[in-house]
Design a protein around this ligand. Structure first.
Ligand code: CDP
Ligand code: MG
Length: 136
């Protein structure tokens, strides 16, 4: 079994797309292991996005991610679930994301790109520990 962290970002919650996004993962055959609607603060986001702290887009990213609640979830499947989720999300910029991906179908701009998914099994382990420290 393999797990990854998914965040339906504030734009997805505001637009009523959480069911659509999680439904895609469920229909793919993945399972929701944990999920919580949560208002994320700058301290937590600084740990989650540690590799981006100080970059040009970072302040806008934190303002966006903390403006209203996000749906934070742990998704599980048989193997390399992070890669399955990432391929279903599409590339970072929704304007160039293919149709059929979440970002390609629902997004237009890079910051508000609807969904986060861990980029490796190591990232998944690190990020799950940040958001769901009690999860076994
Ligand atoms: O989320 P993903 O792993 O695809 O992209 P990232 O490069 O790790 O960037 C994290 C998040 O920062 C993105 O999902 C965007 O929301 C935001 N971002 C941005 O606003 N402008 C950029 N040039 C790059 C990323
Ligand atoms: Mg990333």
């Amino acid at each position: 079994m393999s797990r990854t962290l998914v965040i339906c970002k504030p734009d997805a919650v505001e637009r009523g797309l959480v069911g659509e996004i999680l439904g895609r993962f469920e229909r793919k055959g993945l399972r929701i292991a944990a999920a919580e609607l949560r208002l994320l603060d700058a301290e937590l986001l600084g740990r989650h996005y540690e590799e981006h702290v100080g970059k040009g887009f970072y302040d806008d990213l934190v303002a966006f991610m903390s403006r209203s609640p996000a749906l934070v979830a742990v998704i599980e499947g048989p193997e390399d679930t992070f890669a399955v989720v990432r391929s279903m999300m599409g590339p970072t910029n929704p304007a160039s994301a293919p149709s059929g991906t979440i970002r390609g179908d629902f997004g237009t701009i890079t910051t508000e790109n609807l969904v986060h998914g861990s980029d490796s099994n190591e990232s998944a382990e690190r990020e799950i520990a940040i958001f769901f420290p009690g999860l076994v």
